[in-house]
Write a protein that binds this ligand. Structure first.
Ligand SMILES: *Cc1c(COP(=O)(O)O)cnc(C)c1O
Length: 272
């Protein structure tokens, strides 16, 4: 989608694949099936025969989660061969940890692979992306010539630090699934709190349920406010339309309260 991470166009450039981005609705950040169908038609007209779909489980700027079935319905309708990758780099350690039935996992037989970054919400050192794919796919990237390497050489970048894998293991085993669930639950509650305040002030924003990102319309945020709270803009120029807040451990209700107070003052809004 147009909200897909820049690493995907970068990878398609590297692999000499054509990259197609499907537009999303401005407010809901949702894919329109008609837009997917149009994109597929254009690709077919150009003679494309095979498709790799990247479906986001949490985009970087919005936290929006794509429904992979929107893609697969259309690809199947046209009987096109495809692989489906889930980009859970950002949302993988957040989205599934909630009291709801998440269907974006390997129980969906159409999903071929999945990424999840430990260097985002898990706060592991950089370079701890995790890639999981179905049996039979990994062989496609095996370098036969790497004879002296015990095991297999399956990556593009070559030698990597084993300490990174140890760091991820330590973080995961220190929390365990229940403590991680609790931590994420607290963060989601803070996100709910922020959204309620914004609702009461009538300020427009996007938030994917079960995610910890709140992306606010830029017109509601003064330059001073954005600077004071280090809000992340969608783009670093005048065309910017959104600012996001990522709710993490260190973003406490106290800070959110201050932010809301400053927001009220900057806009001469009536305090709640
Ligand atoms: C961070 C991120 C990536 C990967 O970027 P890295 O440079 O490996 O950190 C991919 N997809 C999404 C959605 C991301 O947020």
């Amino acid at each position: 989608s147009e909200d897909t991470h820049y690493s995907i166009p970068k990878a398609s450039n590297l692999l000499m694949l054509d990259w197609i981005k499907v537009p999303v609705d401005f407010e809901t950040r949702e894919l329109q099936e008609s837009a997917i169908r149009d994109s597929v038609r254009v690709a077919l007209a150009k003679g494309k025969k095979y498709f790799i779909v990247v479906s986001n489980m949490g985009t970087t700027m919005f936290g929006s989660v794509d429904d992979p079935k929107k893609y697969t319905r259309i690809l199947k309708e046209y009987q096109l061969p495809f692989r489906l990758h889930i980009d859970g780099a950002y949302g993988g350690f957040v989205y599934p940890f909630g009291d709801f039935e998440n269907e974006i996992n390997f129980t969906n037989p159409d999903i071929s692979s999945l990424t999840i970054d430990a260097h985002k919400m898990l706060q592991a050192p950089y370079g701890t992306g995790i890639f999981v794919c179905r049996k039979g796919l990994m062989e496609n990237v095996l370098t036969d010539e790497a004879k002296y390497v015990e095991g297999m050489d399956l990556t593009l970048c070559g030698s990597r630090s084993g300490a990174n894998a140890v760091a991820v293991w330590v973080i995961l085993t220190t929390y365990g699934p229940h403590k991680w669930f609790e931590k994420i639950s607290v963060i989601k509650m803070r996100t709910n709190w922020l959204c309620r305040q914004l609702d009461q002030l009538g300020i427009s924003y996007f938030r994917e349920p079960e995610m910890n990102i709140v992306t606010i319309h830029a017109e509601a945020i003064s330059a001073e406010l954005a600077h004071k709270y280090n809000l992340v803009p969608k783009s670093h120029d005048e065309s910017n339309e959104w600012y996001k807040i990522v709710l993490m451990d260190h973003v406490e209700i106290e800070h959110l309260k201050d932010f809301i107070q400053d927001l009220i003052s900057s806009k001469n809004l009536n305090p709640i």
